[in-house]
Design a binder for this molecule. Structure first.
Ligand code: PLP
Length: 391
């Protein structure tokens, strides 16, 4: 009998929805006549341009924005870099050279912030997070230096521990301190979990990515509210209204547009289903491994429904990940293997977890293919793997 495999790494990436795939295929082939370059003036180019426009309209509609406020990118990483560098570079021209962000952002924000600081001479304040990854709007606003801060960047939900941040309150607090500060939020992990409105969140810039919502990898968008200034940093073409040079990845962006169009047909029901599975899985694990601890907030509105991040005292998370993989279970750990040693996740360290506990953590992220039966099975396999790792 074939070995049972269970994929529980949907926060890393999702498979492509068959309808998305079908929408993309014509844009790869000669026969359809839809393989053109969207910048070409001839009919091949213009047909493709229309498809890109439709995808842009879909993305804008999904977050309550206008199509002219959506810039396509190669994914969430590029959108985050564009938000930070673009607003900082534009800010410097009017004396604003300061960025406020948190210690628990995705590396796409954090490493870019380090680059802005070390290589480009910007000032950056990294706000600490609380024991469950939360940040207080007052602390964020308190770090703003009126007249000097150009941008505040706080993710909508954390990819490792699922903490959902009160972006609307943060926006109000920040603007209350200085209206001239732009607010960026990385919503890569929330787009597929809950309805999003840039206006309701008070976000001036928002990062989105296709491959977490059953779209293709290598496609994303940065929403930039009209009137927010950002300086392009990728040069060499007039694409994206002269803000992002480079031939558009048309098949992937068309797929992104289709994935976004499909969201209303499944997102809410799926989020409710996954939340039930999240609770069931947590119960099943705790029953077998009472000393396992949940990193991040308790299940509920402050936590993504698809995220279960657990620490297993006395176990190396990376070892656990490998032994789960041998048993057909795909999960992820926040650790990064750098030069032979395993660095614990910066997010878990920011929570104040002791090093060994941070190193013991594993993230299980649920998605469309997850079933109750799979999760019961994984809880059993996990308990065996943890016990084996402890002897
Ligand atoms: N931001 C967050 C919160 C993410 O989870 C990810 C991907 O894991 C990214 C940014 C990067 O997105 P992409 O993989 O599309 O570059």
């Amino acid at each position: 009998m074939a070995r049972r495999t269970v994929y529980l790494d949907y926060a890393a990436t999702t498979p492509v929805d068959p309808e998305v795939r079908a929408a993309m295929l014509p844009f790869l082939e000669q026969e359809s006549g839809l393989f053109g370059n969207a910048s070409s003036v001839h009919r091949f180019g213009q047909d493709v341009r229309r498809a890109l426009d439709r995808a842009r309209d879909a993305v804008a509609a999904a977050i309550g924005g206008h199509s002219s406020e959506v810039y396509f990118t190669s994914g969430g990483t590029e959108a985050d870099n564009t938000a930070l560098l673009g607003v900082l570079l534009a800010g410097r021209e009017r004396g604003r050279d300061h960025l406020v962000t948190t210690q628990a952002e995705h590396h796409a924000v954090l490493d870019c912030a380090h680059f802005a600081e070390k290589a480009l001479g910007f000032a950056v304040t990294y706000i600490p997070v609380g024991p469950d990854g939360g940040v207080s709007p007052g602390a964020v606003a308190g770090a703003v230096v009126p007249g000097r801060t150009a941008l505040v960047s706080v993710m909508h939900a954390n990819n490792e521990i699922g903490t959902v941040h009160p972006i609307a309150e943060i926006a109000r607090a920040v603007k209350g301190r200085d209206e001239g500060v732009a607010l960026h939020t990385d919503a890569v992990q929330t787009l597929g979990q809950m309805p999003l409105s840039a206006e309701a969140l008070g976000a001036d810039l928002m990062t989105l990515s296709a491959h977490k919502i059953y779209g293709p990898k290598g496609a994303g968008a940065l929403y930039v509210r009209k009137g927010v200034r950002f300086t392009p940093w990728l040069h060499g073409g007039m694409q994206e209204r002269e803000k992002r040079a480079g031939t558009e990845n048309v098949p992937a962006l068309v797929g992104f547009g289709r994935a976004v169009e499909l969201l209303p047909s499944w997102r809410d029901a799926e989020a409710a289903r996954i939340a039930d599975l999240q609770a069931r899985f947590l119960d099943a694990v705790r029953e077998r491994l009472p000393d396992a601890t949940l990193n991040g907030p308790a299940p509920g509105p402050r936590r993504l429904p698809n995220n279960v991040n657990l620490a297993f005292p006395g176990v190396e998370g990376e070892t656990l990940l490998l032994s789960l993989d041998l048993h057909g279970v795909a999960v992820s750990s926040g650790s990064a293997c750098a030069s032979g040693s395993i660095d614990p996740s910066h997010v878990l360290i920011a929570l104040g977890l002791p090093l060994p506990l941070a190193r013991s953590a594993v993230r299980f992220s649920l998605g469309r293919g997850s079933t109750a039966d799979d999760l019961d099975h994984v809880a059993g396999v996990l308990a065996d793997c943890v016990r084996a790792a402890r002897v």
